[in-house]
Design a protein around this ligand. Structure first.
Ligand code: NAI
Length: 717
């Protein structure tokens, strides 16, 4: 696992633990023993530590997560380096992360290739860099840089790392050869001042103001997430304590953090993210056997909100796109939006002006569906009307080449119905992007009963190639994401009807860690779309939406959102919604007395006496209603595993990652408690069928089955 060879006076110690040279127990032993070997060889005057294959070590072995690491620890390897009596050079290519960077920091010199990246990402799995990182980095790069890097887990490119002295030299060519050359140059020179433990941290006199500023940022960025705060403490230890004592304190904190629910949740999310690519269809097709089709040309139909965002996502990943609209006016508007989104990407430094120009030149347009006769894949993003989508798909079926794949960006409609309008249902699939589609990373892919494994493999592969997080689910109204979100939005309205204020609900859920409360989300998305579809649904049932409507289709109903829309309060875009805004389109919001009065009048007209609603009730009714739906989604096999649901929530709705996702959150609270509370609300609100407890949840709650066994047990229950 660790190779050793000599080239003249230089010993090379190369970690050889594919695929990422993780610092597992055997690697640490190998490093330790080979350092001894170099120390004892009198002809060795300098040592180079590097990684074989594609990278320098990237940190701990994920298979050892959650266990107490066996000795030698990284700090033991580090002490060996420091006391070797010969200069040690870390030669970094690929990524030097976590324990990998810590070992490099114990070395006397660090060189790196220009495209190498370094970082201490432990915070992202709820931990701190206890292998010396929090003690060494402030001594090398200063407190300010260490705080930023360690509390965010950000990876720095070699050039930026060199600016902060983390890298001594950026080199090009063969990293081992460069390492040896560097070693030959420094082998007989003094290097004691390069041992970081003897330095004092830069900026130590400003520890307090730096700490306060960083804590303020952390509070804004990641409410309720403890690891960054502990990271701040661990860095402060580098100033407050002697080196070895700081290391010992940080190790104690690390062990406490390892046991915390948040670290477990983050590590669960880490593995969940890796598991979603291992999809399986009920027909037996799966990721391992299905081969994706080669996609070179893509067409997007509909240049509205979603179509333009999807186009930008495809263009910026290098795909040529043929954009289709129903007429020239809409097409021109769409092209303008695409251009301004590309310009926005340049401003956000997502890509360079040159790349944006290239992307833009790969865009072609048409108002004639016939032009789609040679494309490999089509993504339809027209209005959410089944008959319109059926019409388009039946036309596409006739126009497109037989092997072309036809995707719909529908958010609710049945994929099987759309597929039935074609003679190629095996090549029809849902690709549900999230708004804004050029930014949001979730791609909820939906298979129908006839979708082929090859089609699924193709859209899963496409998702990855355009930088999205593709998750596969089955078809049902709203699929996984919107189906779970629906009861939550309804509960938010009911809570207001019963006595809560919209801003109170938003605050509670933002304090929980959601990026935005449900009323701010409604204002951002625009209330008019939902209002129109509710009016359509009512019409379909021979009803009209009236203000005193308390039941709709046998379900509890709250007409408050309709009342706002009736007043033209569609949200941010009209300058007023649940909040009022400076001007249309502005994000600057304030609480609106008119809305408060409207809510009060609504309650009065229905004879509802407002009651005090607690934080606990808001959290439970919002989160548990969605979780109950999540268990039904599992029960029906719409999602194959709880991990799929959780990743959908982490990437589609910004659910706080330190809770793992709604399903993991439920497992941490305890299924029995969650089930009991759902039964309680079911008793209180019998006219909201979303409170009907999931049978799967009931069964799993009896034995408190751990989340890793839900999917397996479900198939046996
Ligand atoms: P939109 O109203 O902004 O855009 C739809 C576009 O389709 C319009 O520009 C319209 O002119 C065009 N169109 C209509 N009929 C056409 C035809 N026959 N040929 C060519 N173009 C035609 O709608 P939006 O919001 O982009 O939604 C599109 C689809 O994406 C819907 O199915 C929606 O449910 C889904 N979706 C929407 C999300 C959102 O947040 N807006 C999120 C995820 C999915």
């Amino acid at each position: 696992m660790v190779d050793y060879w000599r080239q003249g006076s230089v010993a090379v110690i190369a970690v050889n633990n594919p695929p990422v040279n993780a610092l597992s127990y055997n690697v640490r032993v190998g490093l330790y023993n080979n350092l001894d070997k170099a120390a004892n060889d009198r002809d060795v005057l300098a040592v180079v530590i590097c990684g074989k294959g594609r990278t320098f070590p990237v940190g701990a072995d994920i298979h050892e997560f959650g266990q107490i690491p066996k000795e030698p620890w990284i700090t033991d390897v580090g002490r060996k380096i420091e006391s070797l009596g010969k200069p040690v050079i870390a030669a970094i290519h690929g990524t030097g992360l976590g324990g990998g960077l810590e070992i490099a920091l114990f070395c006397h010199y660090r060189i790196a290739l220009p495209n190498a990246r370094v970082g201490l990402p432990e915070v992202l799995i709820g931990l701190l860099p206890a292998g010396g990182g929090a003690q060494l980095l402030p001594r090398l790069a200063g407190i300010q840089v260490a705080m930023e890097m360690i509390t965010t887990g950000r990876q720095l490119p070699a050039s930026e790392a060199a600016k902060y002295n983390i890298i001594d030299k950026v080199v090009s060519g063969d990293i081992v050869k460069e390492g040896i050359e560097f070693a030959l140059r420094v082998q007989n020179k003094p290097f004691q001042d390069k041992i970081l433990r003897y330095r004092s941290p830069h900026g130590k006199d400003s520890l307090q103001p730096i700490t306060e500023a960083v804590l303020r940022k952390i509070k804004m960025r990641s409410r309720g997430f403890y690891a960054p705060v502990w990271c701040v403490r661990s860095i402060a230890n580098s100033v407050k304590l002697p080196f070895e004592e700081g290391l010992a304190q940080n190790r104690i904190m690390f062990q406490q953090m390892q046991l915390s629910g948040q670290a477990k949740a983050l590590q669960y999310a880490f593995f969940a993210e890796r598991s979603i690519s291992k999809w399986k269809l009920p027909c037996g097709g799966n990721f391992a056997t299905a081969v994706p089709r080669k996609i070179k040309t893509i067409s997007v139909i509909g240049a509205g909100t979603m179509g333009t965002g999807i186009t930008v996502a495809l263009l910026s990943a290098g795909f040529p796109v043929l954009l289709v609209e129903q007429n020239k006016r809409f097409l021109m508007k769409g092209v303008q939006t695409v251009q301004s989104l590309l310009e926005g990407g340049v401003k956000r430094r997502k890509f360079t002006a040159e790349q944006a120009k290239m992307a833009s030149s790969s865009l072609t347009t048409t108002v004639d569906l016939q032009a789609l006769n040679s494309v490999d894949l089509v993504i339809e993003a027209v209005f959410e009307t089944l008959s319109l989508k059926e019409d388009i798909f039946s036309k596409l079926d006739k126009i497109c080449k037989p092997e072309a794949i036809l995707c719909s960006n529908t958010s609710y409609l049945n994929i099987d119905k759309i597929a039935a309008s074609t003679r190629r249902p095996d090549k029809v699939v849902g690709t549900h992007f999230f708004s804004p589609a050029h930014i949001m990373r979730l791609m909820e892919n939906i298979y129908g009963c006839k979708t082929s494994p090859e089609t699924v493999a193709t859209v899963m592969d496409l998702g990855k190639r355009i930088g999205k997080v593709p998750v596969l689910v089955g078809t049902c109204p709203g699929f996984c994401a919107n189906r779970m979100n629906r009861p939550q939005s309804e509960e938010a309205l009911f809570l207001v009807e019963e006595g809560a204020q919209p801003e109170q609900i938003d605050q509670v859920l933002e304090d929980f860690g959601m990026p935005m409360g449900p009323f701010k989300v409604r204002d951002l998305a625009g209330g008019d779309i939902g209002w129109r579809s509710r009016k359509d649904a009512a019409l379909h049932l021979g009803l009209t939406l009236s203000y005193d409507l308390q039941f709709f289709n046998g379900e509890r109903y709250c007409s408050l959102a309709d009342k706002l829309c009736e007043l033209g309060r569609f949200g941010q875009k009209t300058g007023s919604g649940w909040y009022s805004y400076d001007k249309p389109g502005s994000k600057q919001l304030s609480i609106d007395e008119d809305v408060t009065k409207l809510i009060q009048n609504h309650r009065d007209s229905l004879g509802i006496k407002p009651r005090k609603i607690t934080t606990q009730e808001i959290q439970e009714r919002f989160l548990f209603s969605g979780i109950n739906e999540g268990f039904k989604i599992l029960e029906e096999g719409i999602a194959a595993r709880p991990e799929d649901i959780d990743i959908i929530w982490l990437y589609g709705f910004g659910f706080p990652r330190h809770y793992g996702g709604p399903m993991f959150y439920a497992s941490q609270i305890g299924l029995k408690r969650v089930y009991d509370r759902i039964c309680h609300y079911h008793e209180l609100f019998p006219y909201s069928s979303h409170w009907m407890p999931s049978k799967l949840l009931q069964k799993l709650s009896i034995q408190e089955v751990p989340i890793g066994q839900w999917a397996e047990l479900h198939s046996k229950l």
